[in-house]
Write a protein that binds this ligand. Structure first.
Ligand SMILES: C[S@@+](CC[C@H](N)C(=O)[O-])C[C@H]1O[C@@H](n2cnc3c(N)ncnc32)[C@H](O)[C@@H]1O
Length: 256
């Protein structure tokens, strides 16, 4: 039975929503970086855009709000996040240009290709960066662009970091693999220390603040414990080694 939010247990979805309340882009990128990547990825402002693992649709909403000629589709497995995307789209008056699909991104099919395919922080859904690029390519119109963001290691990771975040490689090798796969990077961005730190502080700080603001909630202690545990994992296990790279890619001429 539905229970109002203030008495309902804090599930994973709600925890993620609280954690991202101050940082709606669920990747370590600030607003200027997102704007610049969208400018490079959507140069005409008339594109059909697909976001694989769109979450609450923040990338698509920004693309739609700034470009009246863009039409967008987003795919995600989180019903909750998609509902927030739909609400936000109505709030911005862009709902007629946004289609949301509640399904696994790897199962999404479309009859019409897309001029730009986005996927940020969702490569784990496909089993890594290259499988994500293979999926994106299947949806891409000739001459189209892929905007993708994924992790890399700035230095040798701890076993805990690999277990928690995935099996990345270093930045140069990441790019070598992307190029060998038939892509040409036409722009890119390596998240700064500030962007990486701001993202983590925003997530774990928002959770901690929520717990302090809801002392009578039955899950308040658990939320505070989670915030503390995640902040400690970040500081102890991966702050010094985790990096995040965003790329704007086009197919290399002559590649299969
Ligand atoms: C870190 S969030 C990134 C959200 C969004 N791209 C952004 O940058 O704000 C990862 C998203 O991938 C979604 N996801 C995970 N596995 C998925 C799958 N198999 N198919 C579609 N979405 C998936 C999650 O629900 C979540 O919304």
């Amino acid at each position: 039975m539905f229970r109002p939010w203030h008495t309902a247990p804090v599930n994973r979805e709600q925890m993620s929503h609280i954690a991202h309340s101050e940082h709606p882009i669920k990747s370590p990128l600030d607003d200027d970086s997102v704007r610049r990547l969208l400018e490079r990825g959507l140069p005409t402002g008339e594109e059909r855009v697909l976001d694989l693992g769109c979450g609450s649709g923040e990338w698509l909403l920004r693309a739609l709000a700034a470009r009246p000629g863009v039409h967008a589709e987003g795919v995600d497995i989180s019903e909750d996040a998609l509902a927030r995307a739909a609400d936000a789209a109505r709030g911005l008056g862009v709902q007629d240009r946004l289609v949301l699909h509640h399904l696994k991104a790897e199962e999404f099919v479309s009859e019409e290709p897309f001029d730009a395919v986005l996927s940020f922080g969702a490569a784990h859904a496909f089993g890594g960066l290259l499988p994500t690029l293979a999926a994106a390519r299947g949806h891409l119109a000739p001459g189209g662009r892929v905007l993708i963001g994924d992790g890399f290691w700035e230095g040798p990771p701890s076993q805990e970091a690999v277990g928690m975040l995935g099996n990345f490689t270093d930045l140069a090798t990441t790019l070598d693999r992307v190029v060998a796969d038939g892509w040409t990077p036409v722009d890119g961005h390596v998240s700064t220390r500030r962007e990486l730190d701001d993202y983590e502080w925003a997530c774990w700080g928002s959770l901690a603040a929520w717990a302090l603001d809801h002392p009578g909630h039955p899950d308040s202690a658990q939320v505070l414990e989670t915030a503390t545990a995640r902040r400690t994992e970040w500081l102890r296990d991966y702050r010094d080694t985790f990096g995040f790279v965003s790329l704007v890619l086009r197919r290399t001429p002559g590649s299969a």
